[in-house]
Design a protein around this ligand. Structure first.
Ligand code: ATR
Length: 279
């Protein structure tokens, strides 16, 4: 029997998730339908309820609905509790179980696809919104030496750092003072600047000798940060396409109990992005 899955977001038309989950399902012989549902925040609750009534077994949730989804869960995984947001929902008898696979997806992309050892890295996290919260704890678990959080609105960064309660390892700096902070081994862009017209202008002095720069977004949204990292001669400048396929694999496992192979799907998407860029 076909089971029904979806990704909710607003906008959602360009989501790659239906394509990724269809490929994982084919490779694992699982019969499912996975579609994209555009849900404005004020309609999300009703649309989710109607998705459930029509047999929906699980869903991904993306911008701007992750915090709302957290509020609709009757059960939360440890990752979701720590992130305070949910990107994966699974229906059980008692309601929706919420999980957050973003952080695990990022770590898998960095450590397995790109073979990075994160231990002992001095790390800069740009942004303190939902995306930053989703990756903060898994990054800390991976053994970073120091995590500096920097956000355009300093108070939000302070609140995020305070929520960790490890001032020796996690602290904040003002955006305007970044030029005085020395260099970093890992710089993560978790801002949504690339989704608007926010061009990146950061001091090149942030880039350490082995620095990896990583944008949680991909495609056009990552372009400005990646261009900055390349201009600053970063050892690696990576977008979040790998994180996207890995977080999807984590969600797939949460629903189906099977961990899909991600490499073929990643290679296909990467190739289609490169050909888009050539158009
Ligand atoms: P998301 O779920 O994508 O994280 P969010 O919770 O709205 O979305 O957070 C957006 C983040 O990007 C915030 O940290 C925001 O900074 P503010 O807290 O100051 O708003 C950051 N951001 C958005 N546009 C930015 C820009 N042009 N330059 C720097 N940071 C920006």
């Amino acid at each position: 029997m076909t089971s029904h899955f979806a990704v909710f977001g607003h906008p959602i038309a360009h989501s790659l998730s239906p394509r990724i989950h269809a490929a994982y399902a084919r490779a694992n012989d699982i019969d499912l339908e996975y579609r994209a549902i555009d849900a404005a925040p004020e309609h999300f609750k009703d649309q989710l309820a109607s998705f459930h009534r029509d047999g929906g077994a699980g869903a991904n949730v993306t911008l701007p609905l992750k915090l709302q989804a957290y509020g609709y869960c009757t059960e939360l995984s440890a990752a979701a509790q720590r992130a305070g947001t949910v990107n994966t929902l699974r229906r059980s008898a008692g309601g929706w179980s919420g999980h957050n696979t973003d952080g695990a997806g990022l770590i898998r992309d960095l450590t397995e696809r790109h073979s990075l050892d994160l231990r002992d890295r001095r790390t800069l996290l740009l942004g303190a919104g939902g995306a930053a919260r989703g990756v903060l704890w898994p990054l800390l678990d991976s053994g970073l030496r120091e995590l500096v959080i920097c956000n355009r609105t300093a108070e939000t960064a302070d609140r995020l750092a305070d929520s960790v309660g490890d001032p020796a390892r996690v602290h904040t700096r003002y955006w305007d003072d970044l030029a005085q902070q020395g260099s970093f081994d890992l710089i993560i862009n978790a801002t949504s600047a690339g989704h608007g017209d926010g061009a990146f202008s950061l001091p090149f002095s942030l880039i350490g000798a082995r620095a990896t720069c990583y944008d949680l977004s991909y495609g056009n949204a990552a372009r400005s940060f990646i261009a900055w990292a390349r201009a600053a001669n970063a050892a690696q400048a990576l977008d979040g396409l790998g994180m996207l396929v890995e977080q999807a694999a984590e969600s797939f496992e949460f629903w189906h109990g099977v961990r899909p192979e991600t490499e073929a799907v990643y290679a296909q998407l990467r190739a289609s992005f490169l050909s888009d860029a050539a158009d």
